[in-house]
Ligand binder design. Sequence first.
Ligand SMILES: NC(=O)C1=CN([C@@H]2O[C@H](COP(=O)(O)OP(=O)(O)OC[C@H]3O[C@@H](n4cnc5c(N)ncnc54)[C@H](OP(=O)(O)O)[C@@H]3O)[C@@H](O)[C@H]2O)C=CC1
Ligand SMILES: O=C(O)CCC(=O)C(=O)O
Length: 478
Amino acid sequence: MTLHQNLIAGEWVGTDGVANINPSNTNDVIGDYARASADDAKAAIAAAKAAFPAWSRSGILERHAILKKTADEILARKDELGRLLSREEGKTLAEGIGETVRAGQIFEFFAGEALRLAGEVLPSVRPNIGVEITREPVGVVGIITPWNFPIAIPAWKVAPALCYGNTVVFKPAELVPGCSWAIVDILHRAGLPKGVLNLVMGKGSVVGQAMLDSPDVQAITFTGSVGTGKRVATASVEHNRKFQLEMGGKNPFVVLDDADLSVAVEAAVNSAFFSTGQRCTASSRIIVTEGIHDRFVAAMGERIKGLVVDDALKAGTHIGPVVDQSQLNQDTDYIAIGKNEGAKLAFGGELISRDTPGFYLQPALFTEATNEMRISREEIFGPVAAVIRVKDYDEALSVANDTPFGLSSGIATTSLKHATHFKRNAEAGMVMVNLPTAGVDFHVPFGGRKGSSYGSREQGKYAAEFYTTVKTAYTPTA
Ligand SMILES: NC(=O)C1=CN([C@@H]2O[C@H](COP(=O)(O)OP(=O)(O)OC[C@H]3O[C@@H](n4cnc5c(N)ncnc54)[C@H](OP(=O)(O)O)[C@@H]3O)[C@@H](O)[C@H]2O)C=CC1
Ligand SMILES: O=C(O)CCC(=O)C(=O)O
């Protein structure tokens, strides 16, 4: 089997490979991917440091052309790359292709942003002095990504980093190296100079840790668990570097008495179970007012029974497998915790077998949950959701906000008054009205509050805040 190597200083290197396994069929080995060492990570950082002076001064047309070429190739290969994504992560083929298109659009967006770099010229408060405000690249950016969005998250970190003139050391999750390798290969062939983008696939505790420990990494952007996010934060403060964290969520989805029942059920099912619930924007807390509660739960039950859980690549599959055994154990542990806490497992939650050996779990819906239970407070990251019954809108809002997290939030209502009030008062970075809590646009800010996120927003033009540093220059004008 061909070994997919790491890219360091413009050369493909590495001899030691790790098998990338399909969670829908554990007999299916997608390929071998090199495992970088801490020394490889150090070499990648050195290469990025050496490449920075030239790339930071490169022309905007060169950056535009490379990012646009990458976008075009990703979009042209959307079916093949989408299939690779579904095969390595387990989301359905439609979701895999959709995410690949999103990655292409992200590169296209930042190709455009390269041509729109701008500053400001202001008068000084002193006579005959001009002030220029410009944005400069930060330096070597370390990118650490999780397994649940194998192409979109790498795209929304790598594209702006390069667009604004930074050089990159990129460590994808070891579980899903395939899409990351593919986009690095595309960028490399699109003409990136040696050392501008370095790929170091391997273990977080080794490769990621070497990045955290390096004084030559000026910024780290991270998406993943709260625990690792805290390590990134501590190490970054130690090195006085910029950092940006996107961590967990425990996103509420509120259903009010006046909701359109079918809109509410579709949005709740999508929020809780699509992409196998493995989204930081997923909702696993469905907060329902008492007038609609029983009808909503019954309709959810019918909808869940119609969901096909099977091989991600099969036509007709709605929910693919869980990503691996360890995540499956986490999901089933939380199902046991929910039962022990006194919530009622109303639907699903069983391990199921299919034609191929994979990590298949029937989506689980708890009812009679309270917001104090662990299943309502901790991120499960699987197809497991709980319904919490509340009296009215005021109680729903208060329960929705009673969480250590604050990434996304949603409401199903036909009341403009309640929708408007919720948009203003939900303690979350993103609010969805009559829409799922997950599934965001690629050109607008993404991020949260409280325990979910740290630092400036990702995506859209707001990404410039992280990937650039502001300079204010004063010059006599006369
Ligand atoms: N908010 C989100 O989008 C996500 C949240 N999660 C949450 O996290 C839980 C665990 O998932 P998991 O993948 O283990 O999350 P991690 O936080 O461990 O992984 C995220 C990334 O960090 C890397 N990493 C791990 N340890 C270190 C370290 N010491 N220094 C630097 N980088 C490191 C990982 O590498 P590697 O995996 O290769 O070892 C991976 O690339 C999930 O169950 C879920 O609750 C997970 C993914 C995304
Ligand atoms: O909901 C989305 O579209 C994005 C979710 C995401 O970025 C994540 O789960 O890590």
